[in-house]
Design a protein around this ligand. Structure first.
Ligand SMILES: Cc1cc2nc3c(=O)[nH]c(=O)nc-3n(C[C@H](O)[C@H](O)[C@H](O)COP(=O)(O)O)c2cc1C
Length: 267
């Protein structure tokens, strides 16, 4: 991945450095590395079961936030998305299948940018509306991607990414996902988080339901986009929330809701 710094990003970097020094705060630390377990069918089933028994995280404790995690680092430009493709929506729906073993082949910047855009990219500039629908256009979702180079957070408004951490954290992410090997093996694992408070301010008790519907919409976009790029994916819901949050460097206000490993299918 060779993301370049944007002009706006360079200015932001200077401003952020001042804020950074004033705050004297450091980025969230990485968790210790753990080996991912083999991704057999039995292991995956066990992973689902373990998640079912896990206590839900008290997401309401966190204060509302614009979640500019990683704002200490500058924006990196990514290739513009394409709105033309050779694969029809119908074909992508028909061909999408959960794939858990991936070839050892990195994604290109163009592929990464296209996948990020498909989930949360701006599709109507005037009102800032995005690729996936959102109750009240409040956009509670945040999108990260872990690659061999680092963890990046998508900035939809700029169609750019902010580096959150450099280095390969896919194994740590897989460990947080109960050892699911698909997460470590995929050249890119996307993580969708949500700030429930953004939606709760307007919709109260219905916010949780709306946010969960929205993550499904964004995830399906991304998974169908993967098919259209001749790639494959799997939605991974079994993981320890706090651990995932730590690995991707997300702030406390964000609840991780889904991991989506993406890559070329193995074999
Ligand atoms: C909310 C949700 C959570 C899931 N979590 C996992 C998971 O943790 N690990 C995994 O391997 N598959 C996971 N899956 C994928 C399902 O196992 C898969 O969708 C199902 O077997 C049907 O196969 P298909 O996706 O190929 O149609 C999840 C799917 C959904 C919708």
């Amino acid at each position: 991945m060779n993301f370049r710094r944007t002009a706006a990003g360079s200015l932001l970097a200077v401003a952020a450095l001042v804020v950074w020094q004033l705050a004297a705060a450091g980025p969230a630390g990485a968790l210790s590395a753990e080996e991912g377990a083999a991704g057999t069918g039995a292991a995956q089933a066990q992973a689902h079961g373990a998640q079912a028994g896990e206590a839900a995280e008290p997401y309401t404790q966190a204060p509302a936030s614009e979640s500019r995690a990683g704002s200490e680092s500058s924006l990196l430009s990514i290739p513009a998305p394409s709105t033309e493709g050779a694969v029809s929506v119908e074909k992508a729906i028909a061909e999408r299948r959960s794939v858990r073993r991936f070839a050892d082949e990195k994604l290109t910047d163009q592929q990464l940018a296209q996948l990020l855009w498909s989930a949360q990219g701006i599709t109507e500039e005037r009102r800032g509306f995005r690729a996936a629908p959102s109750a009240g256009a409040l956009y509670p979702l945040e999108l990260y991607v872990a690659t061999p180079e680092g963890v990046y957070k998508y900035a939809p408004g700029e169609h750019a990414v902010r580096p959150v951490k450099s280095g390969d954290f896919r194994r740590e992410l897989a460990a947080a996902a109960l050892g699911q090997s698909s997460v470590a093996q995929a050249p890119a694992s996307f993580v969708i988080t949500a700030v429930y408070e953004r939606t709760a301010g307007k919709y109260g008790d219905r916010a949780e339901r709306y946010v969960h519907i929205e993550v499904g919409c964004a995830a399906e976009n991304l998974m169908l986009q993967a098919v259209a790029l001749d790639l494959a994916s799997v939605p991974v819901g079994a993981f320890r929330d706090a651990e995932v949050r730590g690995v991707i460097g997300a702030p406390a206000a964000e609840a991780p809701l889904l991991i989506i490993p993406v890559g070329k299918p193995a074999g």
